[in-house]
Ligand binder design. Structure first.
Ligand SMILES: [Fe+2]
Ligand SMILES: [Fe+2]
Length: 162
C-alpha cells in the first residue's frame, strides 16, 4: 500500500457549540414540542368525541393525560434553561431516600404482578383486551421503575451530566 506523502490533514475540530447556543436550541425544541403536545391533547379529544368505544376512549384518555405531563415537563426544562433555578443534589434526594426506597419496593411489586398476569394469560384466546391493557400497564410500571433507578443514581452522585 502506497504511503501517502502528506499526512492527511487532521479533521478540523468540530466547533463546539457555545453553552448559550445549546441552551437556546433546547429552549426552541421544548417550545416546539409543547405545541405538539397541545395539538395531541386536542386530537385525542376529537377522537373521544367521535367514538363510544370505551377502550378507544380509555387509550385516548391515557395519551391525553400523558401529554399534559409531557407539556409540564417540557416547561420545566425550558424554565431551567431560561434562568429558573432548580437543584437536584444527592443530599436533597438523600433526605427522602428511605421513603423512596419503600416506594421502589411498591413499584417492583407491580412489575411482579404485571408479569404474573401476563403469564397467566399466556397465549389464551379471547383475551385481546386484557392482554392489550396489561401490556400497557407493564410498560408504564417499567417506566416508573426506570425513573426511580435514575433517581437512585442521582442520590449516589453517579448520574452523568451533573
Ligand atoms: Fe408526548
Ligand atoms: Fe407504578
Amino acid at each position: 500500500m502506497a504511503k501517502a506523502k502528506k499526512k492527511a490533514a487532521k479533521p478540523k475540530k468540530k466547533a463546539t457549540k457555545s453553552r448559550k447556543k445549546v441552551q437556546q436550541d433546547l429552549v426552541a425544541n421544548m417550545k416546539a414540542w409543547r405545541k405538539v403536545e397541545i395539538a395531541s391533547i386536542a386530537s385525542t379529544g376529537r377522537v373521544m368525541e367521535q367514538t363510544e368505544n370505551p377502550i378507544v376512549r380509555l387509550v385516548m384518555e391515557i395519551i391525553q393525560r400523558d401529554s399534559h405531563m409531557h407539556y409540564r415537563v417540557q416547561g420545566w426544562i425550558a424554565d431551567t434553561l431560561e434562568g429558573k433555578s432548580v437543584s437536584l443534589t444527592p443530599d436533597e434526594v438523600g433526605a427522602v431516600w428511605g421513603m423512596i426506597e419503600d416506594h421502589i419496593k411498591l413499584e417492583k411489586k407491580t412489575l411482579e404482578l404485571a408479569d404474573e398476569a401476563l403469564k397467566a394469560i399466556g397465549g389464551a384466546k379471547g383475551m385481546l383486551i386484557q392482554s392489550y391493557l396489561l401490556e400497557y400497564l407493564m410498560e408504564d410500571e417499567k417506566k416508573h421503575n426506570l425513573l426511580l433507578e435514575r433517581l437512585a443514581a442521582v442520590q449516589k452522585g453517579m448520574y452523568p451530566y451533573g
